[in-house]
Design a protein around this ligand. Structure first.
Ligand SMILES: Cc1ncc(COP(=O)(O)O)c(C=O)c1O
Length: 446
């Protein structure tokens, strides 16, 4: 039998001799049967070095909201590359992009640029501590806010280390972290407003900010229960804490104003990444003028050699104009496509006796594979997810889908880009028919 991933396997083997672990971001090692090597992308499709074509729902871990290689963006970037990629100084382009952000996002009174959302999270947390003079940051269990010491606190803790429901243990998934970092965090469970009130009361006067993903896309697409976001806003106001929305994934995907517009709330600071650059390294901290005061004064330091470089700005300007050009159709059109895909996957799962339960708004969703005997119904928080999700079984189904040319994210997430069309969803579901049948016949619980 021919190996459809032969060239990727050869390149990966070669890469392990020059690149540590063969990949440049740890998560990429998860891809089964081998980390894939790509050579071309167009719209919602991507081709690997073995010539396999995929309908892509991984879509650059969500950065490619506009699909692969959108024509206008390539021209904008090429034109800027010919004029200069980096001046470490000012350009009119940076004002153009900042003004667009102000127009799109009501809470974006002022803007600062970086090159990754990880950096922006670090800036936002430093700014919050500087602004309030308080030492602690509250975050939600299971949330990912980038890979810095701070961003990873409380990410994916193993069940035997959770601690009790009322006081989740602060754990870090990485070695080598500054030990005191854990002392600067308070971890709360998501989607339990009363629990949040109790945690905040316990640390009253000590918390500088609450940071949260408005829809926790990195962990099972956990939409907020009614009252959750309102409680965060109310507590931030009453306790003098900053409300920091991490919209790295939701920004622009949920419309020009992101999840804050979609769900109807106004944070003090917002983290923007991924779709703001459409696949180039670009990110931004945006927020209320009052919250940005320490950066304006220069008493909280924010810096970076490549911040606001014209190459990334040219890409971002194109991306933002593209989002604006969609008008009222966005995000409803992508949500409809996503919901069609979710419904189709669920029907396939039911037909083949597979316990797959797609969960999420549509334009982004998570395919939860339930463990044998696990409770039905929506998953509300990280603990619930960790208890019910059968990771090994999902990995097997994901591999079957990949072999049939449908590419979802290794951990179960699916993104709909603005380049996906109804025909792509129909084709993905046709291909998935074979993948689900194969999975049902091959899968044996370990
Ligand atoms: C919610 C959230 N915040 C922050 C980050 C970090 O973004 P970056 O990888 O651009 O540093 C990510 C990346 O996946 C994310 O999903």
């Amino acid at each position: 039998m021919t190996d459809r991933y032969a060239k990727s396997r050869q390149l990966y083997e070669r890469a392990t001799r020059s690149i540590a672990a063969g990949v440049n971001s740890g998560i990429r090692k998860m891809e089964q049967p081998v980390p894939l090597y790509f050579q071309r992308g167009e719209g919602p499709r991507v081709w690997d070095v073995d010539g396999n074509e995929y309908i892509d729902f991984q879509i650059g871990q969500g950065a490619l909201l506009y699909g692969h290689a959108p024509a206008g963006m390539a021209e904008a970037v090429a034109k800027q590359a010919g004029l200069g990629t980096h001046w470490a100084a000012q350009s009119e382009l940076e004002i153009d992009v900042a003004e667009r952000l102000q127009a799109m996002i009501p809470s974006a009174e002022l803007v600062r640029f970086n090159n990754s959302a990880t950096e922006v999270v670090m800036s936002a947390l430093r700014l919050a501590r500087g602004h309030t003079g308080k030492p602690l940051i509250l975050k939600f269990e299971g949330s990912y806010h980038g890979w810095s010491d701070e961003g990873l606190v409380g990410y994916a803790p193993p069940p035997d280390k959770w601690g009790d429901d009322e006081a989740p243990t602060k754990i870090h998934p990485s070695q080598g972290v500054i030990p005191e970092v854990l002392d600067t965090f308070v971890v709360a469970r998501w989607n339990d407003p009363d629990h949040l009130r109790r945690i905040v009361a316990k640390h009253s006067g000590q918390i500088a900010a609450i940071i949260f993903e408005p829809i926790i896309c990195n962990t099972c697409c956990l939409e907020p229960v009614p009252g959750m976001i309102e409680t965060i806003r109310e507590l931030c106001d009453s306790e003098g804490m900053l409300m920091i929305a991490d919209e790295t994934i939701t920004g622009f995907r949920f419309g020009p104003g992101g999840a804050q517009q979609y769900l109807g709330f106004v944070p003090d600071l917002t983290i923007l990444g991924k779709a703001i650059g459409g696949g180039v390294p670009f990110a931004a901290l945006v927020g209320k003028q009052s919250a940005m005061k320490k950066i304006i004064e220069g008493s909280v330091i924010h810096a970076g050699t490549l911040n606001g470089n014209p190459l990334c700005l040219a890409a971002s300007k194109w991306c933002l104009d593209h989002v604006l050009s969609l008008g009222a159709a966005h995000p409803q059109a992508s949500n409809d496509l996503g919901q069609k895909l979710m419904k189709g996957l669920r029907e396939l799962a039911d037909r083949h006796g597979i316990p797959l339960r797609p969960q999420g708004p549509g334009l982004v969703f998570h395919s939860v594979m339930l463990k044998p005997g696990a409770e039905e119904g929506p998953i509300r928080d990280y603990r619930d997810y960790a208890k019910r999700q059968d990771g090994a079984r999902w990995t097997h189904l994901r591999r079957c889908l990949l072999d049939d040319g449908v590419r979802a994210i290794e951990r179960g997430l699916w993104f709909i880009s603005l380049a996906h069309r109804e025909e792509d969803i129909d084709e993905a579901l046709q291909k998935a028919e074979n993948s689900f049948a194969r999975h049902a016949s091959e899968w044996k619980a370990p």
